[in-house]
Design a protein around this ligand. Sequence first.
Ligand SMILES: O=C[C@H](O)[C@H](O)[C@H](O)COP(=O)(O)O
Length: 218
Amino acid sequence: MTPDEKKQQVARAALEHIVPGTVIGVGTGSTANYFVDALAQIKNKIEGTVASSNATAERLKSHGIPVFELNSVDEISVYIDGADESNRYLHLIKGGGGALTREKIVAAVSTRFVCIADDSKLVDVLGKFPLPVEVIPMARSYVARQLVKLGGQPIWREGVTTDNGNVILDVHHLEIAEPVKLESEINQIVGVVTNGLFAKRPADILLLGTDTGVKVLD
Ligand SMILES: O=C[C@H](O)[C@H](O)[C@H](O)COP(=O)(O)O
C-alpha cells in the first residue's frame, strides 16, 4: 500500500468518530484533505466545521460543507487532523504545512482529538522531523538564537507566511525526550507564537494506516 492509500484509509476510518449533528474541527495537510473529501459524502450528518487553515476552509467550501468562524461556535465535538510525527503517548509534531497555531487553537477547543496518519509517522522519539515554530517576523533572529541555546538548529522557512502573517523556523537536530517540557520552554521565548509540539494537549486517539489495515492507538 502506498503512503497515500494509507492516508485515504485512515481518513475514511475517521468518519466513524464524527458525532452526528455537531460542529467538527478539521485540520490541514494531505491526510486532512483526504478526510475532507470523505466528509463530503456524509456532510448532511454534521452541523458544520471549523477549519484550521484558509486552505482547508476553501476545500470544505468547495464540497458545500459549512465552515464557521471559531468565535461563533461554543463547542467542537471532535478535531480530526494529521501529524508529522507521533510517539506512543500520542505527543505530536505538527506544522509541516505551517498551520500549527490555528491547529493548536482548534484542538484546544475540541472535546476530542482524533489524529490520522500513515504508519511512517510513528516514532520512538520525536524530533527527526524538524520542529516548526511560528514566530512574529521582527523577532525571527532573536528567537533563532534562543532556539540554538536549547540545542536546536533553526532554519527559516523562507518565502512562507502563515495565515496569521508570521514566519516559521524549522528546528533541526532536536531529540525530544521531554515533549511537554520543551513545548512549554519554547513557547516562553518572547516572539514565539507557538511551536508544533502537541504534548500538553496530545491526541486522544491515533488512527494509523498500515498495510494490514487501520491500527488504533489510544
Ligand atoms: O501544518 C500542517 C499540519 O500540521 C499537518 O497536519 C501535518 O504537516 C501533516 O501533514 P500531512 O498529512 O500532509 O503529512
